[in-house]
Design a protein around this ligand. Structure first.
Ligand code: SF4
Length: 498
């Protein structure tokens, strides 16, 4: 085996679509190429051993924001133990600000941007000459019809145990300055018939959970309708064999035809991720995000009230021009719209994104280490940002987990942001932790907080019991009902899956 394609995924369940694209497009080198996926958190020397066990001549690493530090260590060790090995990097993390990165200094070559054509070509030159002169190779973007689709490379084990990432298009026509996709000029669709044929064969092999990584699935409604009809046909033909599809939508574009199709899906089958990011028009203008807020709100309300879709809506704290009060207003508005999950993210300065132009005027201070989270702005100081970070973590544990659905409504009452922030500040003083809080302990703390806020003990216990079975009955109540099983798949970092 000559060429090894590798990456460190954030979790085992995240099968790398990027590596499978590369393998599918290796042409005559495909027979000599293998994929070896790892998961972050492993011992670097063990990974070195496993890479070298394949005795490759070339190793291509997919480098992302979540694995760049560990991949840097891995490349450094490989270069010491096996200096003859040629290491090629690719992926969004090394596609911008390339030359200043330690991992790039350690590697032999880098392919920036699209690797489908350029990576195999580079490998051919490394193996057969002439030796490539340049270290950094700008990825060539071929016509979409010339890119071999990778879906047959999902193994039976992938299909049985992992999230299957798929894409009907690449790119985005919008220009939100915090997002890497803002550098794309437009969105490029794959030929739809060929794509659907691949989905058909994945379905026939047993795939039931499809996660679309298209940046804006509802951009071309005709295409969206055909893809949704594909899933509707499956559901209608086999109502007892559920299938789940996850899409990212732009919030202010939901024509009637799309609504009609969405309304036909049974509960749990459709999951939408919708980026709002900010409801503040001044902030939107600053980051070049075009969004009709009224339409977006109407559409989210329609989806929560008139469809059975599971909604996951994103907000970003720390954007230039946004203070806590403005963020809180957006948060409260979103809670009022009834989305099942609100992803409260803290701004990250992704390499290559144009948001860097606001650094000085808005006093943006970013962590220099991945994931480059904003630490302070001229509107939100560091201690307050830390409180927001903790809010986001507790929000995930309590609200987004779905384990405390009834209790969350009471916790939030008529001032969601203010009330949850008070809870977040209190729970942090009680635990000094935002991670590794056991569910039983968390339930006890939530109950204690409700009692501190004046709720009688029995009432608080009964409220918790209405959400959470099993352990809470050891706290204060008996015979608590069982919590419903979650249907949503594990999410992945937005826009970086491929
Ligand atoms: S945030 Fe969404 S709409 Fe904006 S550029 Fe990125 S992918 Fe496109």
């Amino acid at each position: 085996m000559t060429i090894l394609l590798s990456t460190l995924n954030a979790r085992y369940t995240h099968a790398s679509l990027g590596l499978r694209y590369l393998l599918a497009n290796m042409g005559p080198l495909a027979d000599q190429t293998r994929i070896q996926e790892f998961v972050i958190g492993a011992k670097t020397s063990d990974l070195v051993e496993r890479v070298l066990a394949h005795a490759p001549r070339i190793v291509g690493f997919g480098v992302y924001i979540w694995n760049v530090e560990e991949t840097t260590r891995l490349v450094a060790l490989l270069k010491r133990v096996a200096p003859q090995l040629t290491i090629v990097l690719g992926g969004p993390e090394v596609s911008h600000e390339t030359n200043e990165q330690p991992i790039v200094k350690l590697a032999d070559y880098v392919v920036t941007g699209w690797g489908d054509v350029t990576f195999p070509k580079l490998c051919g030159e490394i193996l057969d000459g002439p030796k490539p002169l340049m270290k950094v190779h700008a990825g060539v973007q071929p016509p979409m019809a010339e890119i071999a689709l990778p879906y047959s490379l999902y193994s039976d084990e992938d299909i049985a145990h992992r999230t299957l990432y798929v894409e009907a298009s690449r790119g985005c026509p919008f220009k939100c300055e915090f997002c890497l996709s803002s550098l794309d000029k437009t969105a490029w669709p794959f030929p739809l018939d060929a794509f659907l044929a691949e989905m058909e064969s994945l379905y026939a092999r047993g795939a039931r959970l499809f996660k679309f990584v298209d940046r804006t699935f509802n951009l071309n409604v005709k295409t969206s309708l055909r893809i949704m009809q594909f899933f509707l046909d499956k559901i209608e033909a086999n109502p007892d064999d559920p299938v789940y599809a996850h899409f990212e939508l732009v919030p202010d574009h939901l024509p009637e035809a799309l609504k009609e199709s969405i309304a036909k899906f049974p509960p749990g089958a459709l999951q939408f991720e919708i980026g709002i990011q900010s409801f503040n028009p001044e902030v939107q203008a600053l980051v070049s995000r075009r969004q009709d807020n009224a339409k977006a709100a109407d559409n989210i309300r329609w989806l929560t009230e008139r469809s059975s879709t599971h909604l996951h809506v994103d907000l970003i704290a720390g954007l230039p021009g946004e203070d806590v009060a403005s963020f809180a207003r957006g948060f409260d508005q979103l809670v009022g719209l009834g989305a099942q999950e609100i992803q409260f993210g803290i701004l990250k300065r992704l390499r290559g994104t144009p948001i860097i132009r606001h650094t000085e005027p808005f006093g943006m201070v970013y962590d220099p280490y991945p994931p480059y989270t904003v630490l302070a702005t001229n509107r939100i100081d560091f201690p307050t940002m830390q409180r927001l970070v903790r809010f986001a973590r507790y929000w995930d544990l309590v609200a987004n987990s779905g384990r405390f659905a009834h209790t969350t409504r009471v916790l939030l009452a008529d001032a969601p942001f203010e009330n949850f922030m008070a809870f977040s500040d209190w729970i942090y003083t009680r635990t000094d932790a935002t991670h590794r809080i056991a569910l039983e302990k968390l339930a006890k703390l939530v109950q204690e907080w409700l009692q501190l806020r004046g709720m009688p003990r029995e009432e608080a216990a009964a409220l918790l019991a209405s959400d959470y079975a099993g352990k809470v009955d050891k706290v204060d109540t008996q015979a608590a009902p069982k919590a419903p099983a979650a249907v949503a798949p594990v999410r992945q970092v937005r826009h970086l899956a491929a």
